[in-house]
Design a protein around this ligand. Structure first.
Ligand code: EZ4
Ligand code: CO
Length: 403
C-alpha cells in the first residue's frame, strides 16, 4: 500500500479544527486531528509545506518509522506545531491500518482492558450556589466525576468559571485574545469553601476535580492542596506552570492531594522528572498534541512503570477525531485513569460522523474498523475558518501572568 495524497481540511463548526486526510492507492483513507487552538494556520503550513511532500509514496503501515522520520528527521524536535502535525498524520496511519485489518483500533493496541471509559465533565458558575446546583445536576445525569470552577467575587468572570456560554461556541473566545484579570489572594480562600459545600450536597461517592490552570507558585499550590485535603478531590489539575518540573517537588511534599498535569505537554521529555520521581498521579497528554496514538502509547507505557495513570485532555478544541483515538488508547491500556469530555457543538458532531458514543458518564470506542471517526466535507465547507483565541491574563496592576 502507498500514500497517494494528503489533504488538510480547516473548518470552524463552533471551534476551529485542522483535520488531516491521508489517501492510499487501495482506496482506503485515514483521518487525523492536527488542531492547535489559536495557532491553527501554523500547523496547516507546517503540514502542507514540509510534511506532505515527504510522505507521498510511502507505506502507510510504517507508522513507527514515519513517526521517527518526522520527529528525529526534522532535526528541530518537539514543540506544539511539529507535534500536532505528527499527531494528525499518525492518527490517520493507525486508522488506515486498523481499517485494512477490519478491526477497531483498540484491538491493535492490545485489545480491551475495559468495556467503557469513565469521563468527567465541567461545571462553572458565577457563585458557589450556582456551581453546587450544576454539579448536583451532573450527578443526576449519571456522571461519576465532575470538574468544578467558580468565579471570584470582585473579579470579572474568567475562563472556565463564567456562565455556560464559555464552554460553547464563541463565549469568551474572541477574534483577538480576551484579557482577563487574576488575583491569587482572592482565589485561594474561596476554593475550599466551594468544595466544602459540594461535599455537603453531593456526598462522597462523586469524584470532584479542580483545574487551577497554571496560575499558582509551588508554595501557593501547596497551601491550596492542604486546604482541599478534607474534601478528598480526585485531583488538583495544573496547579503550577507545567514547564517547571522541579517545582512539583515542593508542591508534592506538602500535600497528599492527587496531582494532575500535562495538557500542554507534547513529549515524554516534558514529564520525565514528574513521572520518574512520582511527583504526579495523572498524566493529561492527549493524542492531538502528544504525537498521536504512537506518542500517547509510548508515554502512558512509561508512566505505567511509576504507577502514574492516564487522563487525556478532552475539551471542545480536541476534535472528535482525537477524542476517538484517546478512547481507543483509554480502552486498551492498563493504567487508564479518566477521560476529560466537555462535549461538542451540534455542528461539530454533524461534521464528524463517529463510532464512539457517550452515555451517562462513560464513553465507548465502538466496533467500527479504524478509530471510527470520519469527516463530512460538505458540512466542513459550510463552516469556514474563523480566527479565535484563548484568553490572556493580567494581574490587577496589569502584569501579564499565566491564565
Ligand atoms: O484550557 O482547551 O482542562 N481543560 C482545560 C481547557 C484548555 C483549553 C486549551 O485549548 O484546561 O479548557
Ligand atoms: Co485543564
Amino acid at each position: 500500500m502507498k500514500i497517494t495524497d494528503i489533504k488538510i481540511i480547516v473548518a470552524s463548526p463552533g471551534r476551529n479544527f485542522v483535520t488531516v486526510k491521508v489517501y492510499t492507492d487501495q482506496g482506503l483513507y485515514g483521518i487525523g486531528d492536527a488542531t492547535v487552538n489559536g495557532r491553527e494556520k501554523a500547523v496547516v503550513a507546517y503540514l502542507e509545506e514540509h510534511v506532505v511532500p515527504c510522505l507521498i509514496g510511502r507505506d502507510p503501515f510504517q507508522s513507527e518509522d514515519i513517526w521517527h522520520y518526522l520527529y528525529r528527521g526534522a532535526y528541530w524536535r518537539r514543540g506544539p506545531i511539529t507535534m500536532a502535525a505528527i499527531s494528525g498524520i499518525d492518527m490517520a496511519l493507525w486508522d488506515i491500518k486498523a481499517k485494512a485489518a477490519g478491526l477497531p483500533l483498540y484491538q491493535l493496541l492490545g485489545g480491551k482492558s475495559r468495556d467503557r471509559v469513565m469521563v468527567y465533565k465541567h461545571v462553572g458558575g458565577s457563585d458557589i450556589a450556582e456551581v453546587v446546583e450544576g454539579v448536583a445536576a451532573m450527578q443526576e445525569q449519571g456522571l461519576r466525576a465532575v470538574r468544578a470552577q467558580v468565579a471570584i467575587p470582585g473579579l470579572p468572570p474568567i475562563y472556565g468559571t463564567g456562565d455556560s456560554t464559555d464552554q460553547a461556541a464563541g463565549g469568551m473566545i474572541r477574534p483577538l485574545p480576551n484579557e482577563e484579570v487574576w488575583a491569587t489572594h482572592k482565589y485561594l480562600p474561596l476554593v475550599p469553601k466551594l468544595f466544602e459545600k459540594l461535599r455537603d450536597t453531593v456526598g462522597w461517592d462523586l469524584h470532584l476535580l479542580h483545574d487551577v490552570h497554571h496560575r499558582l507558585t509551588p508554595i501557593e499550590a501547596a497551601r491550596l492542596g492542604r486546604d482541599l485535603e478534607p474534601y478528598r478531590l480526585f485531583w488538583l489539575e495544573d496547579a503550577i506552570p507545567a514547564e517547571l518540573q522541579e517545582g512539583f517537588r515542593l508542591f508534592r511534599q506538602h500535600t497528599t492531594q492527587p496531582i494532575a498535569v500535562g495538557e500542554i505537554f507534547n513529549s515524554v521529555y516534558d514529564a520525565t522528572t514528574l513521572i520518574s520521581e512520582q511527583l504526579i498521579d495523572y498524566l493529561r497528554v492527549t493524542s492531538v498534541h502528544a504525537g498521536g496514538v504512537t506518542g500517547l502509547k509510548k508515554m502512558f507505557d512509561f508512566a505505567a512503570i511509576y504507577h502514574v495513570r492516564s487522563a487525556c485532555h478532552g475539551p471542545m478544541d480536541v476534535s472528535p477525531v482525537a477524542m476517538g483515538c484517546n478512547i481507543h488508547v483509554d480502552t486498551a491500556i492498563n493504567n487508564f485513569g479518566i477521560q476529560e469530555f466537555s462535549g461538542y457543538t451540534e455542528e461539530t458532531l454533524e461534521m464528524f460522523p463517529r463510532a464512539w458514543s457517550y452515555e451517562a458518564g462513560f464513553l465507548e470506542a465502538g466496533e467500527a474498523p479504524g478509530h471510527g471517526v470520519d469527516i463530512d466535507e460538505d458540512v466542513a465547507a459550510k463552516h469556514p475558518y474563523s480566527p479565535a483565541y484563548l484568553p490572556v491574563a493580567r494581574l490587577e496592576d496589569g502584569t501579564l501572568t499565566s491564565w
